[in-house]
Design a protein around this ligand. Structure first.
Ligand code: FES
Length: 71
């Protein structure tokens, strides 16, 4: 679904950017996509999608890899 109609930014795009570690905040999303820079009606929905996406995304490019637990 489109989160930001003005800039044609979908929830999939937000999730993909978060998974790549490119967005962690609304400011990041604005910089990467322009989301929220026209009418601003998308901001509450974008915050919710981003929060969910960031919770499910890796901590970032510098995140340490963890070894699987020993059996
Ligand atoms: S819907 Fe996002 S700025 Fe208008």
């Amino acid at each position: 679904m489109y989160v930001c109609v003005c800039k044609a930014v979908s929830d999939r795009r937000i999730r993909a950017l978060a998974a790549e570690g490119r967005v962690r905040s609304l400011a990041d999303l604005r910089r990467e996509t322009g989301l929220g820079t026209c009418c601003g009606r998308c901001v509450p929905c974008a915050r919710a999608v981003l929060a969910e996406a960031v919770r499910g995304a890796p901590a970032g490019p510098a995140a340490p890899l963890t070894a699987p637990a020993a059996a």
